[in-house]
Write a protein that binds this ligand. Structure first.
Ligand code: SF4
Length: 224
């Protein structure tokens, strides 16, 4: 019953949305360190801006943790300016680079041998890397069973009436509902960006309106 609701939501959203790689920054990288950097850069900005900043970094030869440490914070700030909040993002990237070198000799592919919970704890102990950033990495790189929740997902699932509460509570619930967290994460964000927007959700055109608590409640109130 639980996953059949998840299957229905995913099958309907898959029919209406096609996903382009530049809509989700981490889809554009294979290297684990660059994946995390792209996720940090996409905090509080669009994935397109994050990718422009990534292009600047890679064009200037910054690909490995050691390259970032050698370049130093001022150069990094200049290169990532387009992604906004460049002071704090540069600091987070430098802390991540230091951790990568000290703990894994700069090779984050070694994280594949680690327990995902342990990776989550280690990443979130780095200032500037929160639970959502760590979970996006876990899903996109390690294909771990976790569910990153951003503001779009929080809004969409609350309106649908399928999950609510704290980050952890919502994550647990969404894992019960969606068998493929990465696919669900991407499609729910796309839905939140295009149709179930914060202001003026386009409920009339929404493929989920017959199973959405928000929409069904509004309809009932209008009738009353
Ligand atoms: S019916 Fe409206 S509120 Fe519900 S998911 Fe669709 S757009 Fe969002």
């Amino acid at each position: 019953m639980e996953s059949s609701l998840g299957d229905l939501i995913i099958s309907r959203l898959s029919e209406v949305y096609s996903i382009k790689k530049d809509e989700f920054a981490p889809l554009n990288f294979k290297d684990p360190f660059l994946i995390i950097v792209s996720i940090i850069l996409s905090q509080n900005t669009t994935d397109k801006n994050a990718l422009k900043a990534m292009e600047n970094l890679v064009y200037n030869g910054l690909e490995k943790p050691e390259d970032f440490l050698k370049a130093g914070r001022e150069k990094i700030k200049d290169m990532i300016r387009v992604a906004g909040l460049y002071d704090q993002k540069a600091e987070a990237i430098i802390r991540l680079a230091k951790w990568s070198v000290q703990k894994y000799g700069g090779d984050l592919s070694l994280l594949k041998n680690e327990d995902p919970d342990q990776v989550f704890n280690e990443l979130t102990s780095i200032k500037g890397i929160g639970p959502k950033t760590a979970d996006v990495f876990l899903v996109f790189y390690l294909r771990a069973r976790t569910f990153p929740i951003d503001t779009h997902i929080r809004r969409v699932v609350k309106r649908l009436g399928i999950a609510d509460g704290s980050y952890d509570k919502m994550k647990k619930r969404l894992l019960e509902i969606f068998p493929d967290p990465m696919k669900a994460h991407i499609l729910l964000i796309k839905h939140g960006r295009t149709t179930c927007r914060a202001k003026n959700p386009n409920c009339e055109k929404c493929v989920l309106n017959d199973v959405c608590r928000y929409h069904l409640t509004l309809k009932t109130e209008k009738k009353a």
